[in-house]
Design a protein around this ligand. Structure first.
Ligand code: ATP
Length: 685
């Protein structure tokens, strides 16, 4: 075959390569079935000594059986590599979602994460990586129906865009987000396979595959470092529950069932959040300077002792003078260990001093004596006075309620005006009565960590990271302090008042200043015409950021309609009805305040609709999306209601434009913009 990509369809006879590939698929399927039956028939009665081991083993076996399920809608393999005879002895590998071997243990399908699969994603004409042939398979309803070949070392072949890749991207989206394992692109693969020890930060415009890359990276890391990560844990952090719901099937589809998912709010949920901050207060509370205020406030609980400690044992009294106690306290403060750890160490340190005195006077006390002195009433009372326990929520409430206490610890850090901004006008009577805000919960989390070290996970993926405040970055950072992170985001999509201005700053707050920043620029979601339209906003809200270059040419994907004001709802409903004539999911995006009116209009027109996070089905494919929840989501067709109200719903124009940019970049196949008010001037060419 001399053409670079040759799509074949319809098997003819047994000699047809397609028929041979189908035979390999059938054989792999039976091999997988045999692997599953082997596990199912394991008898563990003789190998386990007790019922606890038996239960653990049984649950591992059940997990393994689940992992070996043959899902008819997910092809067992999607690619093939034929190595040149120079390496791997010219061997042929089928690349799929999991490893399948035959009865004698020879591989029939290789896991996409194995090193030998890597050239499937990375080999190119420039760097064939010893690959003679790369074959991609196309499936229709679970049946292997096509393939596409690239002979990477054949100079007569020319580079062409893969039709199968194109078809995969265009495939209508119904249901949750799906994996991209068959079509990961080289620059994405580099991020997916980067090592566990380093933190990677990915800047990429809308639809460049950041979320997909982050999720595939977790799957890759779990494959490459399974034991270590099973011990330390992995976590994916997303902006809200509906987003997490949208992505939650990707990792299980890749065979990974153990990854936790959470929002930042869930991570720091020490208290019930019932209140809301003004933007100004949230900005101050989210500022990194607050960490220093809190640290000072926590440490202010330590009182330098002025009285000696006198320990009575039998007929003798042992005295530790105040200056010696002060030395111990200062040393603990200087060592900069957690407040709680120092508080635990202090009684032993005082008792040790008593012990030394006993020895000096000829006694021979052992460790038990030190313990009992440490636990005795004199030392206990001294510790309580010198290093009292700190309740994180109480401390934060005091800072927010007591102007003098705040002023004392914010001196030189927060201006008087900033202090006034975060002080509560009507302080609650108790911690329980407090109406905590999301930003307060992060402050409490910071104090909790100052008192007791937060446990670190092995790896954390942080999606839509641009929206986090410095204090939130710190909260995430302490959850991967001894592990690593994948930080994903787009500075142009930052819509919080505290959204980060630069990745260097964000990474410093996260505690990973050394992390590499990678950029993804090829867009897989939004058609060229639509992304060009949305990118008109970029110079007005995020100057300096490059526009995404879409890999997808879909003529006629943008339709902008001006309608009279009284006909707006009707026109929006009509556009939804038109979009529903196409296959796939439809998102109607509108300013949050417009949602009730549009909900009523859809109901009146007899169009059922979902809320974000509810799964689209073949029957109900329309979702009514408040603009504030649109981030990270995508729909085949989007109807955007009144752009100017999306802008004016935000506190300032830049945030408004960014919110609009997010809304304009959710569509895979078509975007219809309906407006009665004039379009924002930034959108005119
Ligand atoms: N290599 C690929 N092959 C096929 N589809 C891809 C590829 N990369 C990304 N996609 C698809 O493009 C769409 C956008 O991907 P994703 O949501 O990960 O982008 P994103 O950068 O996180 O976007 P946003 O900034 O809007 O959140 C998804 O449908 C994803 O499956």
């Amino acid at each position: 075959m001399s053409a670079a990509t040759t799509a074949r369809t319809a098997p003819t006879d047994g000699a047809d390569p397609l028929a041979r590939e189908r035979a390999h698929l059938a054989a792999s399927r039976s091999a997988l079935r045999a692997m599953r039956e082997d596990v199912q028939s394991l008898d563990i009665r003789d190998v386990t000594a007790n019922w606890v081991n038996a239960a653990v083993l049984q649950s591992q076996i059940e997990d393994r059986i689940k992992a070996l399920a043959d899902l008819s809608h997910t092809p067992l393999f999607f690619g093939r590599l034929d190595y040149l005879p120079t390496t791997q002895e010219g061997r042929r590998f089928y690349i799929g979602r999991r490893h399948v071997h035959d009865a004698v243990g020879d591989p029939m399908v290789i896991d996409w994460r194995a090193p030998v699969s890597q050239p499937f994603y990375r080999a190119s004409r420039k760097d064939p990586q010893d690959v003679g042939l790369r074959r991609r398979f196309g499936y229709t309803a679970g049946d292997l129906t096509a393939y596409e070949d690239e002979h990477l070392t054949d100079p007569s072949e020319t580079e062409q865009t893969s039709k199968l890749l194109q078809a995969e991207i265009e495939r209508p989206r119904v249901g949750p987000m799906r994996d991209i394992v068959a079509t990961i692109q080289p620059e994405q693969d580099e991020i997916v396979r980067s090592g566990l020890s380093g933190t990677v930060c990915v800047q990429g415009g809308p639809g460049t595959g950041k979320t997909a890359v982050g999720l595939h990276r977790v799957a890759f890391l779990l494959y490459a470092h399974r034991e270590r990560l099973a011990r330390t844990g992995t976590l994916v952090i997303g902006p809200n529950r509906s987003f997490l719901h949208y992505i939650e099937q990707v990792l299980p589809a890749l065979g990974e069932l153990e990854v936790k998912q959470s929002t930042v709010d869930d991570l720091v949920a020490h208290v019930d959040v019932r209140g809301e901050d003004t933007a100004a207060a949230a900005v101050v509370k989210g500022d990194a300077r607050m960490a220093r205020v809190l640290r000072r406030a926590v440490r202010s609980h330590v009182t330098i002792p002025t009285e000696p400690v006198v320990v009575v044992r039998g007929s003798r009294r042992w005295r530790v003078p105040a200056y010696e106690l002060e030395e111990i306290v200062r040393e603990l403060l200087d060592r900069d260990i957690r407040y709680g750890a120092a508080r635990e160490a202090l009684p032993q340190r005082i008792a040790h001093t008593v012990l030394v005195r006993m020895e000096q006077s000829g006694e021979a006390p052992d460790d038990r004596v030190q313990d009992s002195v440490a636990r005795g009433p004199a030392v206990k009372a001294a510790v309580k006075a010198i290093w009292p326990p700190v309740d994180p929520a109480k401390l934060v409430l005091r800072l927010l309620s007591d102007a003098d206490f705040l002023a004392e610890h914010a001196e030189g850090l927060l201006s008087a005006e900033e202090q006034a901004t975060i002080l509560l006008a009507k302080p609650p009577r108790s911690v329980r009565a407090a109406k905590w805000t999301a930003a307060d919960a992060v402050l409490i989390d910071e104090v909790t960590d100052l008192v007791q070290r937060t446990q670190s996970l092995g790896h954390v993926v942080l999606d839509e990271a641009q929206d986090l405040s410095p204090m939130q970055y710190r909260a995430v950072g302490r959850r991967c302090s001894t592990g690593s992170a994948t930080v994903l985001g787009d500075l142009a999509q930052g819509t919080t008042p505290w959204a980060t201005a630069s990745w260097a700053e964000a990474l410093a707050h996260l505690g990973k200043p050394e992390a590499a920043v990678e950029e993804l620029t090829a867009g897989f979601r939004v058609p060229r015409e639509v992304i060009a339209y949305a990118s008109r906003l970029l110079p007005h809200m995020s100057p300096g950021l490059a526009a995404v270059s879409s890999v997808r040419e879909t003529p006629g994907s943008l339709d902008v309609r001006c309608v009279p004001e009284h006909g707006l709802d009707e026109a929006v409903v009509a556009a939804c009805t038109e979009s529903l004539r196409h296959e796939g999911s439809i998102g109607l995006i509108a300013a949050d305040s417009r949602v009730p009116a549009l909900a009523a209009a859809l109901t009146a027109a007899g169009l059922p609709y979902l809320s974000p996070g509810e799964e689209t089905t073949r029957e109900t494919r329309l979702t009514l999306v408040p603009a504030s929840l649109a981030k990270g989501l995508e729909y085949d067709y989007v109807v955007l209601d009144e752009p100017s109200s999306v802008i004016t719903a935000e506190p300032d124009r830049r945030t408004g434009l960014r919110r609009l940019y997010v809304a304009l970049t959710r569509a895979v196949s078509g975007l219809t913009v309906i407006h009665a008010e004039p379009l924002p001037q930034e959108l005119s060419a």
